[in-house]
Structures are given as structure tokens and as C-alpha cells.
Design a binder for this molecule. Structure first.
Ligand code: ADP
Ligand code: MG
Length: 691
């Protein structure tokens, strides 16, 4: 065994460990629960809890925690020691089945978007046996769902599991049309995680990085990313050591960390795992983000997960590679080798195309955050306009099908259009520019709009649900068909022509596309306040309730929480900016101006003429005056109206952000003329290159 084999999963209560430590019958019923979702007997739970505790204690644990994912998109944990008091005032270590299966964290401090006002405040956590327990530090972590006592979902995991069930239900109905009856259909995701590293000491000198995760000021460095020398470039030693430790920690936790490389911007990197089911991948992505942060600290670094740490430098995203497959190992977006399978492939492809077109606005809303607003449509990430890229090869097939839709024949229709022999669709070579938000890449779709810091739960809840919905519609239309091959094929072709507008294979960054998209009637929801109302629309409520993923109240709750998060983010950015401008930048500019004017005065006293220096003093003075004016303007904008979260969002967008931009512009110009010695915090060059 190599070191990596041994290390992998060593901190996870995984199947081999369960098998080794559980009585045979207990192990069997637990596996059945994991695979089929059967209810767990309390006796089984007791036995599992006991084995888990023994294993955890042997591995240095003193505590256990129910690990859950509240609607903030972060993770939450409360640790309880295994200790139980005895009568003689000593303790013994105990962990019962009940404690494993259910917990009661104090839910009152987690955002509930008004749910708590309507319902019982208390919530409980429930063990998710499909995601293995693991050890971090001295605690045993138990992945759990978080729900209220009245049944409302308070987290991101539960609806993700429900959306997986929706895909399973709907896809099975469609597969049954083709005589296939797999035990399960699962949704997979492989998230490519981008991040920046920055020297910790430098980061701590900047209030903006400290409090908001991004720079609110900063002039463009002399060398940005124009040279294209960082992408896939040689990895610096300090970074390589950091990456190695990240990999090892993730492997121990059973995370399939696979790929790592430098990204486009200086100090920007990526880590990607091997794909797994959306639920497991989501848990693992949360762990990955955590481990990136903790390990960075060991190396004197800080990991910035923000979508836009630096203006003028590419931001970070999280490409969400998504597909569905059967428990028999069939990937449903892989073109088949014979015409019958092709009809199935085309139908699943049609389901995605229709889903993305019908629910483009909800998909857009799923990636709407304050941080991500800086990327989408800024020619570094896909535009805010949602479209699908099929690649030249597949687009040609679809085109041909749409054009020939009039051809009527039974068996012949497949052959007449030349799709009886679809080749393996390779990832398209024209897919280099990565300007499409939703691209077909051979056997999966890559949703490229998500932000780097987002939990992937929300995104995949939406993708799973919209595709489950269109698959349901397809099953409704085709069940009872007498000639499934022909009808399936015809329906796929009809969907391709009805939803042709969402297919776009050109350059998504171009101005022509913005115009063209408008002609096609596609939404261009540029910012979070524009997008989020679509998440709580009647259409969205109908979708999520039909697929049993959210209730109406749960949809509204989530919308509200996402909107509040935007508002809060801008609130802190605005205040941090003001603090830095007033307490750090303005005093520095005044001091430096005084240095120059004092110098001028002493020269003048000696009868020396210094017209160029005088010009600089004038510029410093006028810019510093402008700085004060912009500070006052932003100060005035802090009077946020007392309205609902959506209206406040619009206020931030229309009033606060322009005032912040104006202040930054002046401050950044001052940075370029004020002496380094006087400038109050590290500049972009130091942040980006001293790593
Ligand atoms: P690239 O940067 O070229 O897009 P990467 O190798 O960085 O590709 O990441 C691709 C991601 O897609 C990986 O996480 C990989 O496991 C995942 N992936 C591959 N096949 C599938 C699939 N069928 N379904 C979901 N994810 C997949
Ligand atoms: Mg990649």
C-alpha cells in the first residue's frame, strides 16, 4: 500500500471501518439504510453510535458534533463531550444511538427568513447516514440535516437530498420508457474551486480584506495578468507545500482531491475533486473550503475565497460540472452507440435544454450574490445572460434535426437525419474561451457562473429540480406511447426547435451577444437585486412545490435570506470603506500633501522656482478635496431606507454602489501619486506578488 492509499479516508468512519467494527447484521442494515434510505432501527443506531465512539476515542476524540449547513451557506457545529457523570463523581464516555440520530442545536441565531416568526423556533438536526462521519481536530463530525419541529427545512442539505430524489423519480420514469429499470438515478457534481492566496501579515494590514474578504481600494499594479504567465505556470515552493498539505488533509477526510494548478491571475489557484453525488460533493466542497483556510494559516498565508478580491484582476468562480447517471453505471449525457440509445440521449439533452430555457431566471438567481455581481458579465466569467453551449459537433446535429423536423417517417426519421451514428462527442476545441454559462462538455454540463465562495448546495438544488421538472413533463407526454422510439425522437426534436433560442455557441463576452440575446427574448439579469425576485416568483414556487423540494414558505424564506445577505454584505463594505477612507487614506493624503507643500515653501523661501512640484501639490490638493467630497457623499448614502429586503437591495445597487465606486476612483488615483512611505496599507503589487 502506498502512503496515499493508507492516508485516504483514515479519518472517516467509512464502509471498511464500519465493516471491521460493526456486528455483521448491524453493518448490513446500516448499508441498506445508506443505499436505499430505509429507516434505521434504534438498536442499530445504538450499535453504530457505540462503534463510532470507540473508533473516535481511539483516534483522539473527546467530543462529537452534529455538523449542519444553515441557510447562510456556511457550516455550523456545536461540540458535546462524550462524558457522562457517574454517582461517584467520575465520568465515563458515552454516545447513544439517540445522540447520533438527533440533536437539538439552539436554532435561534440562524437566519430563518421569517420562518421563525410563523413557526416554532426550535429546530433539530438529523443524521444523514449517506455522508460518512469524520474526525476533525478532537471531534467526531456527524453530517446532519437541520429542520424545524414543524417540518420546515432550515438548511441547505435537506432540499439538496430532496432534489436528488426528484431527479431519481423523474429520470427513472423516462428510462422506463426505454425498458430500463435501474435501482437509482443519481446526480453528480465535480466542483472546480478557485481561490487566491495572500500573505497573512499583509492581509491583516488591510481592514477591507480582514472584514469583507475583498479589497475595496487598490490601484492597478504595474504588472497584472496581461502576460498570461501564471495559468498552469510553475507552482512556487511555498504554495506547493501548502497545496500538498491541503491534499493530504482532504485525502484523510475521504475527499477525492485530484487536480491542482495555478489560475489566470497571479496568486490564484484551483483545486478540483473527482466528481461524486451532489450531496457528498457538497459536503466535501464545504470541507475543502475549510481546509484551504486552515492549512493556509500553517504556511503564513491566507486563503481568499471571495469572488472578486482584486479589481482589474480576474475573480474566482466555481465551475459546477453536473451530470446524471444510473446505479448501473450509465451516464445519461453520454451519446450512445446505437439509434435507440441516441433517442434516449437526445431526450435527456432536450430535458436540460428545456430546463435551462424555461428556468433561466431561477438558474441565474441561484448564483446571485454580492461578490458574484463583480464577475458575471465583466468579461472574465460568463455573462449574466443564461444560455447553453453545445459545441460545434452537437450543435450541428441539433441544427440538422431542427431543420428536418418536417420529415415524417417511422424508423427512417432517425436515419434520415444522420443521428443513428452519433460519434462520442468530445469536449469541443472551440470551448477554450469559456464564455458560456452552461456548456456541454462531452458527458456532462459545466455551469460556469457560480461564485467561488458559494455553497454548491443551492446551485445543484436548482439544477436538479429544473431538470427533474422537464423530465417529468417528458415522461407525462410519452408514457403510453405506442412507438416510443419515434415519439421520443419527435419530442426531442420539438423541444430543440421550441427552445432553440437558449442555444448559443458564439462569444458570450461580445456586445453583439447582448443585443442578440435581447432579440431572442432572453433575460439579462445583471445584478443580484435584479435576479433574486425571480427566485420567489409564482413560477418558481410552482416548480419547487411540484417537485417537492421546497414548500411555498420555504421558497420565500430562501429568497429573503439571499437578499438579506446581499444587503448585509453591502452594508459592511460601505462602512468598511468609509472607515478606511476617513481614518487611513485621508490622513495619509493630508500628511503627504503637507510634506510636498512644506518642501515647496522652503524652496520658495530660498528663492527657488519649482513649477512642476507646485503642479503636483495642486493635484494632490484637488484630489484630496475630491476625496473628502466623495466620503461625504457615501456618508450621506448610509441612510438606508427602512423598507423590505428587496427594496433595500435596489437602494444599495442604485445609490450606494455608485457612491462607493466614485470614492474608490479618487482614492485609487491618489494611491498612484502619494509616496509609498505614506500610504497606509499594502498595495496590489505586494498582495499579489509577495506570496
Ligand atoms: P477543466 O478545468 O478542464 O474543466 P477539471 O479536471 O479541472 O476540468 O475538472 C473537471 C471536473 O469535472 C472534475 O471535478 C471532474 O471530476 C468532473 N467531472 C468529470 N466527469 C463528470 C461527470 N460525468 N459528472 C460530473 N462531474 C464530472
Ligand atoms: Mg479545471
Amino acid at each position: 500500500m502506498s502512503k496515499v492509499d493508507e492516508m485516504f479516508g483514515s479519518k472517516v468512519f467509512n464502509l471498511p471501518t464500519m465493516k471491521e467494527r460493526l456486528p455483521k447484521d448491524i453493518y448490513k442494515s446500516l448499508v441498506k439504510t445508506i443505499n436505499d434510505g430505509t429507516r434505521l432501527d434504534i438498536n442499530v443506531a445504538n450499535a453504530v453510535a457505540h462503534a463510532m465512539k470507540e473508533w473516535a476515542i481511539e483516534n483522539g476524540c473527546t467530543h462529537y458534533t452534529h455538523w449542519f449547513q444553515p441557510m447562510t451557506g456556511l457550516t455550523a457545529e456545536k461540540h458535546d463531550a462524550f462524558i457522562q457523570p457517574t454517582e461517584d463523581r467520575t465520568v465515563f464516555m458515552e454516545f447513544s444511538g439517540k445522540e447520533l440520530v438527533m440533536g437539538e442545536p439552539d436554532a435561534s441565531s440562524f437566519p430563518s427568513g421569517g420562518l421563525r416568526a410563523t413557526f416554532e423556533a426550535r429546530g433539530y438536526t438529523a443524521w444523514d447516514p449517506t455522508s460518512f462521519a469524520f474526525i476533525k481536530g478532537h471531534s467526531l463530525y456527524i453530517p446532519t440535516s437541520f429542520v424545524s419541529y414543524t417540518g420546515e427545512v432550515l438548511d441547505k442539505k435537506t432540499p439538496l437530498l430532496r432534489s436528488e430524489a426528484a431527479i431519481d423519480r423523474a429520470a427513472k420514469r423516462v428510462l422506463a420508457l426505454f425498458g430500463k429499470h435501474p435501482k437509482r438515478v443519481v446526480a453528480y457534481v465535480g466542483p472546480e474551486q478557485e481561490y487566491f492566496l495572500v500573505d497573512k501579515k499583509l492581509r491583516n494590514q488591510r481592514k477591507d480584506l480582514l472584514l469583507t474578504g475583498r479589497t475595496l481600494f487598490g490601484a492597478k499594479p504595474a504588472k497584472g495578468q496581461e502576460m498570461d504567465d501564471h495559468y498552469f505556470g510553475q507552482i512556487k515552493e511555498r504554495v506547493a507545500n501548502f497545496m500538498r498539505e491541503v491534499d493530504e488533509e482532504l485525502w484523510k477526510l475521504g475527499v477525492l482531491a485530484k487536480t491542482k494548478h495555478n489560475e489566470v491571475a497571479p496568486a490564484q489557484h484551483e483545486i478540483a475533486p473527482v466528481f461524486a453525488t451532489t450531496n457528498i460533493s457538497n459536503d466535501h466542497n464545504q470541507l475543502t473550503m475549510e481546509i484551504l483556510k486552515t492549512v493556509a494559516d500553517h504556511h503564513g498565508l491566507y486563503c481568499l475565497l471571495h469572488e472578486k478580491p482584486y479589481e482589474g484582476i480576474n475573480g474566482s468562480g466555481k465551475h459546477n460540472n453536473w451530470s446524471i447517471g444510473t446505479s448501473d453505471g450509465e451516464l445519461l449525457f453520454k451519446p450512445g452507440k446505437n439509434p435507440q440509445d441516441n433517442a434516449q440521449f437526445l431526450l435527456f439533452l432536450a430535458a436540460v435544454i428545456k430546463a435551462v430555457d424555461d428556468y433561466a431566471d431561477i438558474l441565474r438567481a441561484s448564483v446571485a450574490t454580492a461578490g458574484n455581481d463583480h464577475r458575471l458579465g465583466a468579461n472574465e466569467a460568463p455573462p449574466a445572460i443564461i444560455s447553453i453551449y453545445l459545441g460545434d459537433q452537437l450543435a450541428a446535429v441539433v441544427d440538422k434535426l431542427v431543420k428536418h423536423k418536417g420529415i415524417k417517417s417511422d424508423e427512417g426519421s432517425v436515419i434520415a437525419t444522420g443521428v443513428d451514428s452519433l460519434p462520442d462527442i468530445e469536449r469541443d476545441t472551440t470551448d477554450r474561451n469559456r464564455t458560456s454559462p452552461f456548456a456541454f462538455t462531452g458527458n456532462r454540463f459545466e455551469f460556469r457562473a457560480p461564485g467561488s465562495r458559494q455553497s454548491i448546495a443551492g446551485i445543484n438544488i436548482v439544477i436538479n429540480t429544473i431538470v427533474a421538472q422537464t423530465l417529468t413533463e417528458i415522461a407525462d407526454a410519452l408514457e403510453g406511447s405506442k412507438d416510443i422510439k419515434k415519439d421520443a425522437f419527435d419530442l426531442a426534436v420539438k423541444i430543440f426547435s421550441d427552445h432553440n433560442r437558449i442555444i448559443f455557441n458564439g462569444n458570450g463576452y461580445s456586445d453583439e451577444w447582448v443585443e442578440e440575446a435581447e432579440k431572442r427574448g432572453l433575460d439579462n439579469l445583471k445584478t443580484t437585486p435584479d435576479a433574486l425576485p425571480h427566485f420567489v416568483s409564482q413560477k418558481s414556487i410552482d416548480l419547487f412545490t411540484k417537485q417537492e423540494v421546497f414548500t411555498e414558505v420555504e421558497v420565500k424564506t430562501r429568497g429573503e435570506i439571499m437578499m438579506e445577505e446581499y444587503d448585509n454584505t453591502l452594508h459592511f463594505e460601505m462602512l468598511t470603506m468609509l472607515e478606511m477612507a476617513k481614518q487611513e487614506i485621508l490622513p495619509a493624503c493630508l500628511k503627504y500633501t503637507k510634506f510636498v507643500t512644506d518642501d515647496l515653501a522652503s524652496k520658495k523661501a530660498l528663492g527657488l522656482d519649482a513649477p512642476n512640484e507646485k503642479e503636483r501639490a495642486e493635484k494632490l490638493t484637488s484630489l484630496t478635496e475630491a476625496l473628502m467630497e466623495k466620503i461625504d457623499a457615501l456618508d450621506a448614502a448610509t441612510a438606508v431606507p427602512d423598507e423590505d429586503a428587496y427594496a433595500i437591495g435596489m437602494y444599495y445597487k442604485n445609490t450606494v454602489i455608485p457612491a462607493m465606486d466614485a470614492l474608490r476612483k479618487v482614492a485609487d488615483e491618489l494611491e498612484t501619486i502619494v509616496s509609498k512611505e505614506y500610504w497606509p496599507f499594502p498595495t496590489y503589487t505586494e498582495l499579489l506578488y509577495h506570496v
